[in-house]
Every structure is written in structure tokens, then in C-alpha cells.
Design a protein around this ligand. Structure first.
Ligand SMILES: NC(=O)C1=CN([C@@H]2O[C@H](COP(=O)(O)OP(=O)(O)OC[C@H]3O[C@@H](n4cnc5c(N)ncnc54)[C@H](O)[C@@H]3O)[C@@H](O)[C@H]2O)[C@@H](O)CC1
Ligand SMILES: Nc1ncnc2c1ncn2[C@@H]1O[C@H](COP(=O)(O)OP(=O)(O)O)[C@@H](O)[C@H]1O
Length: 341
């Protein structure tokens, strides 16, 4: 892969809170748990069961109809006498259904809290198989290496979004033959590099940071932020992945079709007819990612008591320290704020 040209382009656009509303629309009287989106989780490992809890907590709090947790295949026993990832998730969120072969999954979230070095081959094979099916797959953390499979057409069937931080992005970039950017986060985050990776692997790239850059395979770029710096704490990325996965499950049909089908928007019952057309908008998986990032920031601001800062505001730091679980627990209030008048 060639190094990116210096970043002289400005991003295609910053994400507007008002644009989130259709993706967060409340359920209707006709809804049931399956219609609201079933998220399949293949997250957590004996070393990092907590990441699976954070993703599951975030998924439920974002409004998933059902969350199904698939325990990791084989592998090692939990460390230090800890309970397994499945037991940890169930203890925290008993609503979660644990199954080795769940049906009715609308979208998958894979990789948070996993280590590619410790991943058994059978687990790798099962994860790779997901890329050959039509359901959206969100790839985070320890499964990010699998997006390199997209160089092969066979693994390009699923719509995929990847959620690297700067260090993970640099690793992917190098794996594709790029010599720059380096591990220095300061030289990363180039919109051009993000767009190149998205095009090359046919994935939506959500590059996390103070300002998060989202690139679609088409080259569209959306930015969100700066987010509250209180988010710079362990596990908040696992929470974000749970939000993205849930929105992808809720809108899986729309993601598969690649966007709105017409001005009246058959998947978009609340959108005023004629106000929107596919041509004016970035691809839907990117918009879901942008919505998730904004929701995550607002949840963090609510959790930190930052009543003065609005999402995306580059104000002085307000509020108090937060944990990742605090962020997940504030998601419902953040949804309410985004849907509010
Ligand atoms: N409670 C839990 O179970 C938690 C589990 N986690 C899991 O821990 C595993 C390892 O996560 P790591 O993020 O440490 O992965 P890595 O060890 O793969 O990446 C960290 C490396 O990237 C570099 N780096 C460069 N820019 C960075 C940036 N902006 N943010 C972070 N690192 C940057 C760091 O210097 C470091 O060398 C993942 O599976 C993750 O999901 C973490 O999410 C923390 C919480
Ligand atoms: N300085 C910062 N300001 C605002 N948001 C940040 C900052 N640093 C990190 N974040 C956000 O916090 C989250 C961290 O995710 P990640 O790096 O994956 O951590 P973890 O693996 O511990 O969950 C991301 O959503 C990222 O955008």
C-alpha cells in the first residue's frame, strides 16, 4: 500500500446531532424483541472477560431487542480462578442469552477483549465464516487482523465496520504495506489514510480518538468530536463497540441495502417524505458509526456531570472522572437527549 498523500483535503463533513434521530427512533407498538435488533457478541476471553460485560451492558442500554453471547471456542481456562466470559456477562446482564449457535442474529460484534495471539484456530475459522455471510459484522480490538481477509473476495460478503484506535490502525496500515503513518498517534488520524484503508479493505473504518474519523469504502468521510477527554480511560472503546453493534443490528436491513431506498424511506417511517435522498448522504454504516460515536460522547458527558459542554464542543474540560461502565449506564439518558426537542 502506498503512503497517503499529505492530508490536504478537508473531511466530507462533521456529524450533526439532529441526523442521529432516525437511527435512534423509539420502538413502536408493532415492535417486538426480534424486530428491534438481535446483536450477536463474540467478545471477551479468559484474559479479558470484562470487555464482554462492557459491550453487553452498552448493547442493552442502547436498546437492543436481544443480545446473544457466544462463548469463545476452546482456548484456555479463565485466569486467576476468574469466572468464564459467559458467566461474567450473565452475572452482569442476566437478560443476555448464551448460546454456541444462536439463530436470528441481525449483526455481529466481534473481538473486544480478545487477543489474536491466544485465539484458537477453530475460533478464527468461525469468525472468518461470519465475513462470508450477509449480516453486518463490527470488528473491534483483538479481531481486527481478520479484516485483512477482505483482500480475498470470499470474505467481502458481510458489510463490515472496524473500530481501531490509533495503535491498532497503525498495525493494520503496516500489515497492508504502508510505512507511514507510524505508531506516533500524532501522525495518525489522517482522513486520507483512513479513507485509503476503507477502500482497500471494503470496510467502514471508525478511527477512534479525541476526534473520531469515519471513512466509508466509497471515500466519504465523517468526523465526530472532539469528545470529552474523560473518555480516555480503559474499556470505553468496548462500550462504543457495543453501541455500534446494536445500531447495526437494529438497522441491519438498511445496512445490507446500503442506504435509503427512496425519499419516502420505507425503513424510515418517521422521516418526512421528500426531505432526504440517498445521494445526499454518506453510506448508512458510516452514519450508524457516527451516531454511535456521538451517543457515546454524550453519555460520557452526562456520566461526568458535564452539563455545560455539548457533544463535539472543544470547550475546556468540564466534569469529573468516569469509568467505562458509567458511560454505558448513561446511554439511555443520552438517547433521550438526542431524541429530545
Ligand atoms: N476490562 C477489560 O477487559 C478491558 C479489555 N480491553 C481489551 O484489552 C485488549 C488490548 O487492548 P489495547 O488497546 O491495550 O490493545 P493493544 O495492546 O493492541 O494496543 C495498544 C498499543 O497501541 C498503542 N497506541 C497508540 N495509539 C493508541 C491509542 N490512541 N490508544 C491506545 N493505544 C494506542 C499503545 O502505545 C500500545 O502499544 C483488547 O482486546 C481490548 O478490548 C481494553 O478494552 C481495556 C478494558
Ligand atoms: N483524549 C481523548 N478525548 C476524547 N475521547 C477519547 C480520548 N482518548 C480516547 N478517547 C475515546 O475513548 C475510547 C477509547 O477506546 P479504546 O482506545 O478502544 O480503549 P479500550 O480498548 O480501553 O476500550 C474511544 O471511543 C476514543 O475515541
Amino acid at each position: 500500500m502506498n503512503d497517503p498523500a499529505p492530508d490536504t483535503t478537508s473531511p466530507s463533513g462533521a456529524w450533526d446531532p439532529a441526523a442521529c434521530a432516525p437511527y435512534l427512533a423509539p420502538p413502536t407498538a408493532a415492535d417486538h424483541k426480534y424486530s428491534r435488533g438481535v446483536l450477536g457478541l463474540r467478545t471477551g476471553s479468559p484474559a479479558y472477560p470484562g470487555a464482554a460485560v462492557l459491550g453487553a451492558e452498552a448493547a442493552w442500554r442502547t436498546g437492543a431487542g436481544l443480545v446473544q453471547f457466544v462463548p469463545p471456542v476452546g482456548g484456555t481456562a479463565p485466569l486467576f480462578g476468574m469466572p468464564s466470559p459467559a458467566a461474567t456477562v450473565l452475572a452482569a446482564r442476566p437478560e443476555t442469552v448464551v448460546s454456541r449457535s444462536p439463530d436470528r442474529v441481525d449483526a455481529w460484534l466481534v473481538g473486544s477483549g480478545t487477543d489474536p495471539e491466544a485465539r484458537p484456530k477453530a475460533e478464527t475459522d468461525e469468525l472468518a465464516e461470519l465475513l462470508t455471510q450477509r449480516r453486518p459484522v463490527i470488528i473491534d480490538a483483538g479481531a481486527l487482523d481478520l479484516c485483512l481477509l477482505r483482500r480475498d473476495e470470499r470474505f467481502r460478503v458481510a458489510p463490515v465496520a472496524i473500530t481501531p484506535h490509533a495503535g491498532e490502525f497503525a498495525r493494520l496500515w503496516r500489515a497492508l504495506g504502508g510505512s507511514r503513518p507510524t505508531d506516533d498517534a500524532g501522525s495518525l488520524g489522517s482522513a486520507e489514510a483512513t479513507a485509503q484503508l476503507a477502500k482497500r479493505l471494503d470496510v467502514t473504518v471508525l478511527l477512534k480518538g479525541s476526534v473520531t474519523t469515519i471513512a466509508s469504502p466509497s471515500g466519504d468521510i465523517v468526523t465526530v468530536g472532539p469528545a470529552t477527554p474523560w473518555l480516555a480511560t480503559a474499556g470505553t472503546g468496548d462500550v462504543l463497540a457495543g453501541i455500534v453493534g446494536t445500531l447495526a443490528a437494529r438497522h441491519a436491513g438498511l445496512v445490507r441495502r446500503g442506504g435509503l431506498v427512496g425519499p419516502a424511506g420505507t425503513d424510515w417511517p418517521d422521516w418526512p417524505a421528500g426531505q432526504i435522498g440517498l445521494a445526499d448522504r454518506a453510506p448508512v454504516l458510516a452514519e450508524l458509526c457516527a451516531t454511535a460515536v456521538l451517543l457515546h460522547d454524550i453519555a460520557a458527558r452526562i456520566a461526568s456531570g458535564d452539563s455545560g459542554g455539548s457533544a463535539g464542543a472543544a470547550s475546556s474540560i468540564l466534569g469529573r472522572p468516569i469509568t467505562a461502565l458509567d458511560v454505558a449506564r448513561s446511554i439511555p439518558a443520552a438517547v433521550e437527549r438526542l431524541l429530545g426537542p
